[in-house]
Design a protein around this ligand. Structure first.
Ligand SMILES: NC(=O)c1ccc[n+]([C@@H]2O[C@H](COP(=O)([O-])OP(=O)(O)OC[C@H]3O[C@@H](n4cnc5c(N)ncnc54)[C@H](OP(=O)(O)O)[C@@H]3O)[C@@H](O)[C@H]2O)c1
Length: 344
């Protein structure tokens, strides 16, 4: 059945703030939407469509994908391609669409990591699945210790020169590898636009040096899993609900929901309640407190979650007292599943 035609809200730019990505000319919405989970072939197309439409209506102009988002691999890009073709094609120039390659995608030696062979063939496949002529940002999804960085970043430069991507990005790279990547891309004549690291109240690995490097180099930052895959919301306060990410035990292990983690989450929930916010809203406002953070990249399995999260924008200011109270509970909790992808 054909969906109702999409007529985006006329006031869609009234709800969002847009932040400059490093020292580039590109602005990103303060909150962006990722399609890692909830948009695969295992999900009803109409739920995915409703989330994407509502996001665009509320000013979310940036959608983030990767080759292997699903499940199955590739199916989030197919879902996006279908909805793009039905709903968003007239608005292509109002959207920033990104994809990535780096993790396991197809069998054999050319289906993962950072070779030129893999990255450029993967980008061609992504463009076909999404029905796009180009993506706005193409990322190296993880650092590859066995491929020279010159080769990986040379592939991003080639993608930009071929008109298949407008900008180049890296994800989960350490501060040291970020600096190297910046230098290589600069010498090639394609600036490094953006870094995409994990970051949340319970995963603060970028604070000691990655953010400093990005600020100094003028590279933007979009942090992923700012809700710690749902742990930084009210959903696990009273057990593990059916249908939740922890219940499916795919990327979020229920073992992470320890008594210690839950006591931090409860304390943070109290801080949020004191501000008249949901915990999700506090968690997102906190990731945006640093001006070097361009955007915070959420997931959502329903329109209600998306709306709750975007409600963070109504109160982003945090007082010194609130920040100090948050610091007492916002401590490392073993959630950086991507640490190994940064430099080794
Ligand atoms: N570069 C990388 O290596 C990398 C890695 C991971 C993610 N990412 C990107 O970052 C995006 C976001 O990652 P993520 O999905 O882990 O982010 P997240 O925002 O930390 O977690 C999203 C999950 O939290 C729950 N949730 C969201 N809003 C909620 C709300 N308001 N109230 C209650 N629960 C809520 C939902 O869980 P349920 O599904 O259980 O309802 C949702 O699926 C991805 O889509 C992807 O684009 C990149």
């Amino acid at each position: 059945m054909k969906p109702e035609p999409f007529a985006p809200a006329g006031d869609r730019y009234d709800h969002m703030s847009y932040r400059r990505c490093g020292r580039s000319g590109l602005k990103l919405p303060a909150i962006s939407l990722g399609l890692w989970h909830n948009f695969g072939g295992d999900r009803p197309l109409e739920t995915s469509r409703a989330i994407l439409r509502r996001a665009f209506d509320l000013g979310v102009t940036h959608f983030d994908l990767a080759n292997n988002y699903g499940p199955p691999y590739g199916s989030a890009e197919e879902t996006f391609g279908r909805i793009f073709s039905d709903d968003f094609r007239p608005y292509r120039d109002e959207l920033v669409i990104s994809t990535k390659a780096g993790y396991d995608m197809w069998p054999g030696p050319y289906g993962e990591w950072g070779s030129r062979k893999y990255l450029l063939s993967s980008l061609d496949q992504s463009l076909r699945r999404m029905g796009l002529e180009y993506v706005d940002i193409f990322y190296s999804h993880r650092f590859d210790p066995d491929t020279p960085l010159e080769e990986t970043l040379g592939a991003l430069d080639s993608a930009v020169r071929a008109g298949k991507a407008l900008y180049a990005g890296i994800s989960s790279y350490s501060a040291e590898k970020t600096r190297e990547a910046y230098d290589i891309l600069r010498a090639l004549g394609t600036p490094l636009l953006i870094h995409q690291p994990s970051y949340s109240l319970l995963n603060r690995w970028i604070e000691p040096d990655v953010l400093d490097a990005l600020g100094e180099l003028g590279v933007g930052c979009i942090c992923f899993s700012p809700l710690a895959q749902g742990m930084l919301t009210d959903k696990y306060l009273n057990g593990i609900p059916e249908g939740s990410r922890a219940a499916s035990n795919t990327s979020l292990s229920p073992d992470l929901l320890t008594d210690e983690a839950l006591s931090k989450i409860r304390a943070l929930n109290d801080v949020a309640a004191g501000r008249g916010q949901s915990l999700a809203q506090l968690a997102l406002a906190w990731t945006l407190r640093d001006p070097r953070m361009t955007s915070t990249l959420i997931g959502a399995s329903s329109v209600a979650q998306l709306e709750d999260s975007l409600g963070a924008l109504r109160n982003l200011a945090l007082s010194d007292d609130e920040l100090a109270e948050i610091d007492r509970h916002a401590t490392e909790s073993g959630l950086n599943l991507w640490a190994r992808s940064s430099a080794e």
